[in-house]
Design a protein around this ligand. Structure first.
Ligand code: S3P
Length: 190
């Protein structure tokens, strides 16, 4: 059973994902962390040295191997914000996992990412304009790949995690109740 979180950078995928995994007693995997382990350097440096296309190639390879491990046990996968750009990645995510879109608008993201120095795409002069552009391009792709959408808005992380759990329970992906126990052959499709 695999649950994937998709959405814009700064939308809380890693934070929510970690807590969700804890609640489900599942493994937590972060594609960005897996990529950095594979390339042996930070994503920012890799972008500078090899460019975005090379990064997307590694990202696809890492996603393919992580989704291939889906049978290995329950897991929560936090993905990089640009993972949805390639149709093959969207297909892998949708086929092998229950996909949750953590939706936030560009202004809200900007508040959280104003001081970011890690994300290569946001290091330009006008990060808000960049976030707006990325949002316009990617929002339809997140919607296309997602089985579920959760608004990040104002709620606390704990509330967000509960909302995600509730949606997965209602859809029959998870058995209701706490402590959570994943359904063996969870329904990954809408
Ligand atoms: C990217 C988002 C980052 C990381 C890379 C590219 C993007 O992940 O994969 O810097 O294209 O939006 P987060 O969404 O975790 O920041």
């Amino acid at each position: 059973m695999l649950i994937s979180l998709v959405g814009m950078p700064g939308g809380g995928k890693s934070t929510v994902g970690k807590q969700l995994a804890r609640r489900l007693r599942a493994n937590f995997v972060d594609t960005d962390a897996a990529i950095e382990r594979r390339i042996g350097q930070t994503i920012r440096t890799f972008f500078e040295e090899h460019g975005e296309a090379a990064f997307r190639d590694v990202e696809s390879e890492v996603l393919r191997s992580l989704t291939g491990e889906a049978g290995a046990g329950p897991a929560v996968l936090a993905t990089g914000g640009g993972i949805v750009l390639r149709p093959a990645n969207r297909e892998l995510l949708r086929k092998h996992s229950s996909v949750v879109y953590l939706h936030s608008g560009p202004e809200e993201l900007f508040k959280r990412l104003r001081h970011d120095t890690v994300r290569p795409l946001l290091q330009g002069k006008d990060p808000l304009a960049k976030l707006r552009e990325l949002y316009q391009q990617r929002h339809p792709l997140y919607q296309e790949v997602a089985h579920f959408t959760v608004e990040t808005g104002r709620p606390s992380i704990a509330t967000l995690v509960n909302t995600v759990l509730m949606q997965l329970e209602l859809a029959g992906v998870l058995v209701p109740g706490f402590p959570q126990s994943p359904v063996e052959n969870g329904n990954a499709r809408r």
